[in-house]
Design a protein around this ligand. Sequence first.
Ligand code: FES
Length: 149
Amino acid sequence: MKNRRDFLKTACKPIVLATLGIPIIEACSSDEEQAEMNTNTLGNNNTTQSNSPSELEINLDDDRFKDLKQIGGWVNFTSENILLVRISDDEIRVFDNACPHQGARNRWSFDGSNFTCSNHGNSYAASCSGSLKCYEATLDGNILTIDLS
Ligand code: FES
């Protein structure tokens, strides 16, 4: 009886459910393992997953973000599915790059105040109170920290 109890405490949920005949598809890794995997996947000098798996740090010195040096400059960072736009010297807004209409991620243009998705021509304000999903982001020097949760 004790062995069964120990097994249930230590086995991951999908294995326990599978032993009970309940099929489920889910990875058997802990949050720590997942965070470590994200670090390995994203770990380079300029873009890293920080302590929280939902936090992303971007070094703006990276050439991929050079357009963010000027107010009004923007970047569609497709590998992380985010749109970034420089609002002021000390603010960069970050949005999910999925178009609210049908989810296109790579058809964006920016006119200085609105993003337009050329898939069907809809425009969205670069505002955190608009239709685009906005992420909390803080700028400290050249390091932009984004909370992707
Ligand atoms: S998917 Fe963007 S406007 Fe339709």
